[in-house]
Ligand binder design. Structure first.
Ligand code: GLY
Length: 350
């Protein structure tokens, strides 16, 4: 949380405590701070997810069922081109999805990577957790497992995503035989996807009034990736980590950078050592800056030319998010209010 939002958070928590709004219980943290549960954090595309998850937790749902139901809204939304159905495909025009889940109270986890044809990989990840002796299934094996459990197959490539991919295919090289239409009118979104690699993803983490934590991360991964490329999102400890004694954290952005520092795990370890969530997220981002040495990934000022964002919620209901670059926001439900807040950041976006 930024200082401003942190102040707002505690003011509203105090007001909620005084008025007993919504009949929510107030969890008193060991450090004396108060927070009105449930608290749900998500990436900037997760405002519907935080609302849904918070509603379900208030109605008594398990925190993992709640965050999965939240991200399912975005996985099934054809207009979100970074997650699930409608996500941007790999370089061959095939959508491949990654997701993982962690359930704090039972310390269990499940994951699928490079799975095709299933709109809601987060649900398959939960079934991997519940109905196998494994943590992670990939590719064809993950799809067969989903089929065995009755998941319906769908062509995940919407017309909108296909057209973006086709324009990328036609424009990214003048040394092949793919040629764009003469009257092609490149939309803003095409130009954007070509200039900035799209690593969009949704992460959602929650804590309930008894301090139970869970989290989920789900994505279509890097747009136009090499088939089989797996990012951080399905990797326990990278795109998501939950420790029911401490908190839950997740990431969006350049997965390769997150994997190298075991990002979400790094955030939780910083919190275990006493850092509030926002500071823990910033500390993990500094590790990414330190470990980014490839010239092609560094701008003329020596800073990463990509973004990563971390989101975190503590067992005490504290929460925060941070990005490498400014102007990012995250979704949060706390104290009975659902809203977007600015992420803390390391650098001002030029
Ligand atoms: N963070 C999403 C990805 O890199 O696939």
């Amino acid at each position: 949380m930024t200082d401003l939002s942190r102040r707002g958070f505690f003011q509203s928590a105090a007001a909620a405590a005084a008025s007993g709004v919504l009949g929510q219980s107030i969890a008193r943290a060991a450090n004396g701070r108060t927070a009105a549960a449930p608290v749900v954090v998500s990436s900037g595309n997760g405002l519907r997810a935080t609302e849904k998850a918070a509603d379900m937790i208030r109605d008594g749902a398990d925190t993992l069922d709640a965050v999965i139901a939240g991200v399912n809204i975005v996985e099934e939304d054809p207009d979100d081109m970074s997650v699930g159905y409608g996500g941007l495909p790999n370089e061959e025009g095939v959508v491949e999805l990654d997701s993982c889940v962690m359930h704090g109270p039972t310390s269990r986890a499940g994951s699928v990577a490079s799975i095709r044809n299933i709109k809601t990989p987060s649900r398959v990840a939960k079934v991997v957790m519940e109905r196998t002796d494994h943590v992670m299934l990939v590719g064809e094996g993950a799809l067969r497992f989903a089929r065995a459990h009755g998941f319906k197959e769908t062509n995940l490539l919407t017309d909108k995503a296909r057209k973006v991919w086709l324009r990328w295919k036609e424009r990214h090289s003048d040394r092949d035989d793919w040629i764009g239409a003469e009257d092609a009118d490149d939309t803003q979104s095409n130009a954007r996807f070509e200039r900035f690699p799209c690593y969009g993803t949704i992460n959602c983490c929650a804590v309930n009034e008894t301090g139970e934590l869970s989290g989920v991360t789900t994505t279509s991964g890097l747009a136009f990736k090499i088939p089989g490329r797996v990012g951080d999102s399905p990797i326990i400890g990278a795109g998501l980590f939950v420790d029911n004694e401490v908190g839950a954290a997740g990431s969006t952005g350049r997965g390769e950078a997150v994997i190298k520092i075991c990002g979400a795990h790094a955030v939780i370890e910083e919190m275990r050592n006493g850092k509030p969530p926002t500071d823990a997220c910033l500390a993990a981002l500094r590790r990414i800056v330190r470990t980014t040495t490839e010239k092609r990934l560094i701008d003329k000022n020596g800073r990463p030319n990509f973004d990563v964002k971390f989101y975190a919620v503590g067992k005490d209901g504290s929460f925060g998010a941070a990005a490498i670059w400014s102007k990012a926001s995250f979704a949060v439900y706390s104290d009975g209010r659902n809203r977007l807040e600015p992420c803390a950041h390391l650098y001002e976006r030029p």
